[in-house]
Design a protein around this ligand. Structure first.
Ligand code: NAP
Length: 652
């Protein structure tokens, strides 16, 4: 599938009545911004309040009025639509010419959206993501011919062709740095290539789940299905010339830093089993955190005679219609699989060890309407501001509700704000479940954000209440040829077992053998499950090794992983630029800098809902340390990765 990746505006050909019919689908805040772009007049900004992010419900309670998206009243929204119709007509009458976008206008727009007191650095952060002026500020262009010549002699091996690896390829290509991407799958997409279980879709909005420089206005739904996302990354790899650099069906077995030559020897194995060594000046790992499926440790599971599958390795063409199916797990994957399988399975038994918190979102499965797509393609700057809105609301959303208050003593929440969230989410679950026995099973007793909160439109709990579905919370103790046995001695006979049991998330870069300076093994340095890196990117003793989505970079609530990948790749390119400018061979993070950073990471993580001793989750390693998550606000991480501090590194 080829996706339309069209940043240019298409001409408006629709009549006013059609356009008026489209406007109710649009985001009000983004529409206000578009009106200013069309008219060049910032006057409307004085006639309306700034939009509110996620506190709309609280704001409504204050005013006694039900508020719409952005915290606007129905009459304010109507006012905006009328102004929009007039602005579009006038703009069209002028032949589609737009007034110049001045710095003063940009400033007024951002201050309306982010508040009048927003500081200059925040505006730089947000404008880098939104790029209102169309300038992509994250790439590296080398103008100096001597630097270009050095860049051309700086071959890089990238491991993985998912979101991070393709992005690294695009950026290295722009900088004139030769690179090869080693990809174990036959296609691009990483996790979106591998996860093809029924119902698999992204649970952050698609319009922000894309590279900032390659918006996709063509998503068919607000939270697109896995194959559409895979196709997006495939299209990007094609469009930006990355494809010819990818060696598919090839795995990195080992990578060794050679002290004598200050470079890396990367051992790869092709589909035919033949091994080869590639030489590189730097290695970028873009293998992700959720890449190696983890099967449950259940005695006798291997004896099961029917299909035994993991959500992350769904066999193509597997059809479980009419079968008795067991699904083990209740995380993000099970949450999506169960409603799909339950529709056609003769019987589905959901083995749930822990219940999940879910966030009400009626749009979760909704298609993107014609009006919304029209605006993204045709209304000036609407797509930019819509992306801004999705990004900004997630960055500024619920972060504070995840932080633990040391004075708050409860086993169900970690602060008053977190408890408020617990009440709202509990009410959402209670509103959907009829039987008290089921409610007791599915209502979590641990704090919200202790595990990943899932987007929900009611489909999951409706599925659990179907006649052909049973929720079993008694632990599984064994398996045999015909099914699973629970601790109460009950044998559950099934035709197929689906393990939605997660990934080896605490084994970064697993199972590759990575060897650094002086023969140090990365696996040993990380004690197998205790991955640590500076900014999640560089590791002491491993010169010129860079990670994308490495240790402590996963986002739980705030921001977007696409944004963070861009921050990380920008930082990696800046590190390489430093080496080229100094004409040096290697850059290696200083141990003390790394240690101080990790002390901060651990302290903040320990004071969050997901770091709380009250919860178990895949964010923690066996010892209970949070190795997966970035605990900081996104603006903080952006500041850390925006510029490279040469003093942080041994540069030789
Ligand atoms: P997960 O969140 O680690 O969930 C694994 C589930 O299996 C948990 O419910 C766990 O129970 C259960 N489990 C593990 N071993 C078990 C055993 N022996 N017996 C019974 N239950 C067992 O894995 P996931 O659902 O694949 O999701 C992982 C992450 O991938 C997500 O948090 C998310 O970041 C990402 N993801 C995203 C999407 C999306 O964007 N829509 C979809 C899927 C996944 P406990 O909770 O008690 O350990």
């Amino acid at each position: 599938m080829v996706l339309p990746l069209a940043p240019q505006l298409s001409p408006v050909t629709e009549d006013p009545a059609t356009i008026a019919g489209y406007l109710p689908e649009l985001n009000t805040a983004a529409l206000i911004m578009s009106i200013v772009h069309m008219t060049g007049d910032t006057g409307i900004l004085n006639e309306l309040p700034s939009p509110r992010t996620l506190d709309v419900v609280a704001a409504g309670a204050e005013t006694g009025e039900a508020l719409l998206e952005g915290g606007y009243t129905a009459s304010q929204v109507e006012f905006v639509r009328e102004r929009a119709l007039a602005a579009i007509a006038d703009w069209q009458a002028r032949g589609g010419q737009l007034p110049p976008l001045t710095a003063a206008t940009m400033d007024a727009l951002y201050r309306f959206m982010c508040g009048p007191d927003v500081d200059a650095e925040y505006l730089e952060f947000i404008n880098e993501e939104v790029a209102l002026d169309g300038v992509d500020r994250r790439g590296l262009q080398l103008q100096d011919p001597s630097l270009q010549a050095r860049a051309a002699n700086f071959p890089v091996v990238i491991i993985g062709a998912g979101m991070g690896g393709v992005l690294a390829g695009i950026r290295l290509g722009e900088a004139g740095i030769p690179y090869t991407i080693i990809e174990k799958n036959p296609g691009v997409g990483g996790t979106w290539y591998e996860n093809r279980y029924p119902g698999c879709r992204v649970d952050v909005p698609g319009h922000s789940y894309s590279y900032s420089f390659a918006p996709n206005h063509g998503w068919s739904s607000h939270f697109p299905l896995a194959d559409e996302i895979r196709a997006y990354f495939d299209t990007c790899a094609e469009r930006f010339g990355v494809k010819p650099h990818i060696r598919f069906e090839t795995e990195v077995v080992a990578a060794e830093f050679r002290d004598a030559s200050d470079d890396w020897a990367v051992r790869v194995k092709g589909a035919d089993g033949a091994e080869e060594v590639l030489e590189a000046r730097a290695v970028i790992s873009a293998v992700g955190q959720l890449n190696r499926p983890k099967m449950p440790a259940i005695a006798g599971l291997e004896q099961f005679q029917g299909p035994l599958v993991h959500s992350g390795a769904w066999p193509r063409g597997l059809d479980l219609a009419g079968k008795r199916v067991a699904v083990i797990g209740s995380g993000a994957s099970a949450f999506q699989i169960i409603p799909e399988l339950a529709q056609s399975a003769s019987r589905l038994t959901a083995f749930q060890r822990s219940p999940v918190w879910m966030f009400p979102n009626p749009e979760y499965h909704s298609p993107v309407g014609e009006g919304q797509r029209w605006a993204l393609e045709k209304l000036p700057y609407y797509s930019k501001w819509y992306r801004f809105w999705l990004f900004y609301t997630s960055v500024e959303g619920v972060y504070d509700k995840t932080l633990a208050d040391p004075e708050w003593h409860s086993t169900r929440s970690v602060s008053a704000a977190n408890d408020g969230m617990r009440e709202v989410l509990s009410a959402w679950i209670e509103s959907q479940v009829r039987a008290p026995e089921l409610l007791a099973k599915v209502l979590p007793t641990y704090p919200p954000f202790g595990k990943r909160i899932l987007q929900d439109n009611g489909t999951y709990l409706a599925a659990l209440q179907r006649d052909n579905v049973e929720v079993v919370t008694t632990g599984i103790v064994a398996a045999d040829a015909r099914g699973l046995v629970t601790a109460d001695g009950v044998h559950h006979e099934v035709d197929a077992i689906v393990c939605a049991t997660g990934f080896h998330a605490d084994r970064f870069l697993f199972p590759m053998q990575i060897t650094g300076r002086g023969g140090i093994s990365l696996n040993d340095q990380w004690s197998e499950t205790n991955g640590r890196a500076y900014l999640g990117i560089t590791v002491p003793n491993f010169p010129n090794l860079f990670c994308i989505y490495g240790p402590n970079t996963n986002l739980v609530v705030a921001g977007s992983i696409a944004h963070n990948a861009e921050s990380q790749v920008h930082y990696i390119l800046e590190c390489i630029r430093l080496l080229l400018e100094r004409d040096q061979q290697t850059l290696e993070c200083r141990q003390a800098v790394h240690d101080a950073y990790n002390t901060r990471v651990d302290a903040v993580n320990a004071a969050t809902a997901w770091g709380s001793p009250l919860v178990e989750n895949w964010y923690k390693n066996e010892a209970g340390r949070v190795t997966a998550n970035l605990p900081f606000r996104i603006i903080e991480y952006w500041k850390m990765t925006h510029r490279v501090e040469p003093g942080d590194f041994l540069i030789r």
